[in-house]
Design a protein around this ligand. Structure first.
Ligand code: ZN
Length: 256
């Protein structure tokens, strides 16, 4: 186990239902199996139970399996020993990733409970992606899917020659859902590549997937549109029984 004590930075060792450092700082494993290494418990804001439930249902429907397969293949080619998924959510991607030692880090308890219950090969940890309980240069591969990039932290934990995969939505991602919700569709803006890591490769993966009423609702609830859609758009969504939607992912590979 590579995890460090968030209080003193010493290595943690597992002792039955808790992890402990040489200074006797002790952290409990949850019943589901994830390890809570968060210090400031009140200041943490992970995805809510509702948001997590919608996203989990959507991902488990399998609509985005082509993305998960491509990511797993890309990682497999790198033969990582230590794999870290930052902002892993419910671990739907994480559990398909290769690695002899795998860590999934997230701030959402409901997501980590689900992740730990469904994947016993990964150690899931409640902690911030911007301050991970991992040592310098420990990871061969780091992945962040649809979440803010903790670039400096990623650079710190990556081994020299290690890689970072960042996945975002392309300009046409979920186009038909946006057309349903908004009168005027604003295309997704590209995230500028980080200057802390070196961009090695950029690929686009595009495919269409069909949604029924409940899958569409779950997809809607896991997007930022759930918070900022006009009432008329939400009404149109509620009356939609079926929609074929474009998925367009940009996969960027960076090296340290
Ligand atoms: Zn300690």
């Amino acid at each position: 186990m590579k995890l460090l004590c968030p209080v003193c930075g010493k290595p943690l060792c597992r002792e039955e239902k808790s992890a402990r450092c040489e200074n006797r700082h002790t952290f409990d494993y949850a019943a589901s199996g994830y390890l809570n290494l968060a210090l400031n418990k009140s200041g943490l804001h992970g995805d809510s139970k509702e948001m997590t439930a919608a996203r989990t249902s959507f991902l488990e429907s399998g609509s985005w399996l082509p993305l998960r397969n491509v990511l797993a293949e890309k990682l497999q080619a790198m033969e990582p020993a230590v794999t870290v998924d930052l902002c892993c959510g419910e671990g739907w991607y994480t559990r398909a990733f290769p690695g002899t030692e795998k860590y999934g880090i997230d701030l959402s308890k409901p997501a980590l409970i689900y992740a730990a219950k469904h994947d016993k090969e990964t150690q899931y940890v409640l902690a911030s992606a911007f301050r991970t309980p991992l040592p310098d240069q420990c990871a061969d591969a780091v992945i962040t899917c649809f979440a803010p990039v903790a670039a400096e932290e990623i650079r710190r934990i990556l081994k020299p020659g290690g890689c970072f995969l960042h996945i975002t939505g392309g300009p046409d991602h979920l186009r038909e859902l946006k057309e349903l919700l908004y009168e005027k569709v604003i295309l997704n803006e590209e995230n500028p590549p980080e200057d802390i890591l070196t961009l090695q490769e950029e690929t686009t993966l595009e495919f269409r997937f069909d949604t029924d009423r409940s899958t569409l609702q779950n997809l809607f609830l896991m997007t930022p549109y759930a918070y900022r859609s006009p009432a008329a758009g939400k009404q149109r969504l509620e009356h939609t029984e079926h929609l074929s939607i474009t998925a367009q992912f940009i996969i960027r590979t960076y090296s340290r």
